[in-house]
Design a protein around this ligand. Sequence first.
Ligand SMILES: [Zn+2]
Length: 422
Amino acid sequence: MLIREAKLAGTPEQFAQLDAAIRTAQCVHNRCLRYWRDNAGVSKNDLQKFCAVLAKDAEQPWMGLLNSQARQAAAERTWQSIQSFYRRCKEGAKHKGYPKFKKHSRSVEYKTSGWKLSDDGMSITFTDGFKAGQLELWLDGSARQLILSSKINRVRVVRRADGYYAQFCLDVERQEAGVYSGNVIGLDLGLKYFTKDSNGAEVACPKFFRKGEKRLRRAQRRLSKRFKKGAKPQSKNYHKQRQRIGKVHLKIQRQRKSWAIEQARRVMVSNDIVVYEDLRVPNLVRSRHLAKSIHDAGWTQFTHWLDYYGKLWRKVVVAVNPAYTSQDCSGCGYRVQKSLSTRTHDCPHCGLTICRDQNAALNILKRGLEVVGAEWNNGTAGHAETGSQEQTTGEISTSAEVGQPTSVSAVAEPVRTSREAV
Ligand SMILES: [Zn+2]
């Protein structure tokens, strides 16, 4: 699956109709969730049937205006969140993530009906009961050609601070020829920098990570000055500032996203096997240092794109449990206890002296290579034998396995819409 996005150009009345459709999809989600909570043993099928009941609801007549497949899509999303909740319960996860009612939904998803793309791909017409009509599509020529020449599985309308967008989910298997160098690499999430790799190279945190936060704080201070307690409605200036904040958020999101893509691409181009620490693994050892938590969000996005390029170029991307990676000696395996402020790894057992984070990156790489069953000797990086595909260590391999490129079927771009985690 590939996703291409276009900005929608239309009148305020049309956007108001899109808003109504978004609100209705949110309403479908909330009603489905309520139905699941109130009735025992509700299945996916029950929710689908419930959609048809909703469509004829006399108390909420607007429910019937939304395209029937869009209603189904909203119910499917609800079911997904219910299912992941069940899964996390089964796994005994600490945060179960009980499905929540939505208050500020920003998107509605159509499947194959309720909309029509014009023959030249210049506009899209929404044909369901909300009658948003024809809206112009702003996107570049090659993306337009791709949309016109592919099967469109879904169209998602997304509201952002600077306008409305249409995301086209295309039934395309994107696959490119990768360049193979024989290099392997382990990545550690540093405190002082974004990543440090097993070769000792580091990537500094871009300045906009902090700059953006500063700008945001300033804008939020300004907003709170304009807030009048008890005033209804709030002043025009207040709402202007509120919209400005939305745009600052959007800019930060986009900066971070393009940066994550750039970094992930750079790493994946020059390495065949990439191993990173999996922050989803609940870990008591890993200290939740303040500076680290700021990076975490950026790191998650970065690892999503590593996975993406791994699939695209048929390379191996492995996420490993980061427990003890900074304590253990990468030379001999001896556990050297150290506090966060100790910057170098000094092994009393084998005498290895090395930067603390590089030591961690080396351990991460070793673990990853164990997962894919590759051989690796310290100092002769790149000497990877990739025979077996045993996964005995219980770690999560998130991408293609070496020697099994055929197992890669579809590549989904990690596009997230509502409240992107950045
Ligand atoms: Zn040692």
